[in-house]
Write a protein that binds this ligand. Structure first.
Ligand SMILES: Nc1ncnc2c1ncn2[C@@H]1O[C@H](COP(=O)(O)OP(=O)(O)O)[C@@H](O)[C@H]1O
Ligand SMILES: [Mg+2]
Length: 337
């Protein structure tokens, strides 16, 4: 990879009363690359994104780790630096788009204001560019949309407005956190197609957060799977989806249907993921894992480098190919000897 657009190293984030919710997450996104971040609800995806955006909730805190955007170390950034970076070098779109739009201002005014403040355009140039951007994100009759208020637009149109605002200053990285989740399937597909098109036309790098593996399959070159606040598997989308090596990824995909794999929601694995702050001596997935043995809970489980950019956080990663689980510790020790 050339110099990454975003590099996150050993990020730990806690919320509330020092409850650790993101454990030592590392990730790198190359220029023009699209990386998918997947995992069940509560796995720490949003907190990871918010840390990268300098937008943690009031009770949230980066305990340790490094966040570097295009060579700029933001780990110790002041509020002012974050404000400069967000909207210009970092764009973001979230699920609840409407709440990020000011209901009492036209959407055109909101985009034009961003262009004036962040990109330094004149009032007139900002207006023209705003109309152009509304057209680029697929809003019909962009000149009229400019004068509309958020409540006059559908959810899909609001999301397009948010995308226009997010990309207006040609950010190095666009973070889309469940940006299509609240939309119906047809609109969702349109918005994803838009993101793919913008990647090509604007050379955008994309961090796409979703709980839908099909979305990642269509949009991302690489995938990171999070569970209980940790990255448990990563690699090229093609490799990970064809040959998942972590039992959690396998469970997400439904191992039996690999090959004829289709769109499916993730919330199908029996049991509950660990909550923020829940301490576990070993693998955080072990209580739900059909491969678990004593070795899994006896100590911390590191990410195992599998070569070619792949890794998985599993004691039994070399057993977990496509076989059925071997249940005893003796067999495990035999396998790793
Ligand atoms: N503001 C907050 N206060 C307390 N706990 C939080 C807060 N935000 C998130 N958490 C907790 O942190 C964990 C990770 O949350 P989140 O990053 O939102 O997960 P995801 O986006 O993967 O669904 C969850 O256990 C969640 O309950
Ligand atoms: Mg989330």
């Amino acid at each position: 990879m050339s110099e990454p657009v975003l590099e996150v190293v050993d990020l730990q984030v806690s919320v509330g009363d020092h409850l650790v919710a993101v454990h030592d997450v590392s990730l790198a996104i190359g220029r023009g690359e699209s990386v998918g971040l997947v995992g069940e609800s509560g796995s720490g995806k949003t907190l990871t994104c918010r840390a990268v955006l300098g937008l943690l909730p009031a009770t949230g805190e980066v305990d340790r780790g490094r966040i570097v955007l295009g060579g700029t170390d933001l780990t110790e950034a002041t509020r002012r630096t974050w404000n400069d970076v967000r909207g210009s070098r970092l764009g973001a779109v979230f699920q609840d788009s409407a709440s990020y739009l000011n209901p009492s201002l036209t959407v055109g005014h909101q985009l034009a204001e961003q262009l004036r403040v962040k990109a330094g355009l004149s009032k007139r140039a900002a207006h023209e560019r705003a109309v152009e951007l509304f057209g680029e994100v697929g809003l019909h009759d962009p000149a009229s949309v400019f004068h509309q208020y958020p409540h006059e637009l559908s959810g899909g149109m609001q999301q397009r407005v948010l995308i226009a605002i997010a990309i207006s200053c040609e950010p190095e990285l666009l973070i889309a956190d469940e940006a299509t989740t609240a939309l119906d399937v047809v609109v969702q597909a349109e918005i994803l197609a838009l993101l793919r098109r913008l990647r090509a036309t604007h050379g955008l790098s994309l961090l796409l957060v979703t709980h839908d593996l099909a979305v990642v399959a269509e949009t991302c070159e690489r995938i990171l799977v999070m569970y209980g606040g940790q990255v448990v598997e990563s690699g090229t989308t093609e490799e990970v989806l064809a040959r998942p090596r972590h039992p959690y990824t396998q469970a997400l995909m439904g191992v039996a249907t690999i090959g004829t794999w289709e769109r499916r929601a993730l919330e199908v694995i029996p049991g509950q993921p660990p909550a923020a702050g829940e301490e576990m001596p070993g693998c955080r997935f072990a209580p739900r894992c059909r491969w678990a043995t004593e070795a899994c809970t006896s100590g911390p489980v590191p990410l195992v480098d599998l070569g070619e950019g792949r890794s998985a956080r599993c004691v039994r990663v070399h057993d977990v190919l496509d076989g059925t689980p071997t249940e005893t510790v003796a067999e495990l020790e035999g396998a790793s000897a």
